[in-house]
Design a binder for this molecule. Sequence first.
Ligand code: A3P
Length: 275
Amino acid sequence: MVLVLIIVCVLSTILSSLSSEVTNTKHLPQAIIIGVKKCGTRALLKFLSVHPAIAASSTEIHFFDSPKHFPLGLDWYRNQMPIADTKQHVTIEKTPHYFVDKRTPKRLARLLPDVKLILILRDPIIRAISDYVQIKNRHESYPTFDNFVSMENFTKWTPIRIGCYAIYLRRWLKYFPLEQIHFVDGENLIHRPWEELESVQRFLNVSNHIREEDFYFNMEKRGFPCIRQPNGCLGSSKGRQHPTISGQTREKLKHLYSNCNLQLKQLAQIDFPWL
Ligand code: A3P
């Protein structure tokens, strides 16, 4: 009797490990959040990760944009993906640097031509301040934001340059049709995240699982939305306090971005309220 029990136990362990090998596998991504840095890429991925049909990578992979990773090939890339169970038919990663990296669009189009691309954009002035705050956090002696913008060649400064989204989008559109790119309004993701999630879920062809009642606004976190899950708010590196900028700086940036925003509207065929 004991022998029979032992055999049953051993057999069931072997069977369950075999079946988990079959059901829990890593897949190349069906969708990638390609950017833009500081526009809410982490929040979007966190919210999507609660969907039962989505397996979301917890780290930024940096495959297509990295001289170190790219030569390791697609097997390496697949191996960095989260384990997906049978219900999770969409694997997704986010690497915001892809958007501005010159090599990525061509490489991605060659290796994953059908991948769905998600691009989250926000008011470029707020994005620039957010980028600045992140740098300032690491380098205390960094000049003020107003100081930077008062410099002659301020348009070359990376936090400012990235906000002219049309420059980069044009490159992507050489390799991907517009229908393969979904645009998320990063400002609306802060105020009415469920609206953005609804259209992202539709784009990914998954059920409308993440809804308004799944969110709450955390006043201790500058009023940013959190998802009703354990650790449903983003960590301290997101939602940082922003400095006030002068009226002169704001006008200068408005002027700089007005043409970029116009080009973006035409290229992407979007009309977000801040554009
Ligand atoms: P700040 O920290 O400057 O406010 P990314 O994840 O792409 O780096 O973007 C970070 C920005 O996402 C944050 O910049 C914040 O403004 C924004 N954000 C959007 N939704 C958020 C949320 N639910 N919680 C925290 N930050 C959020």
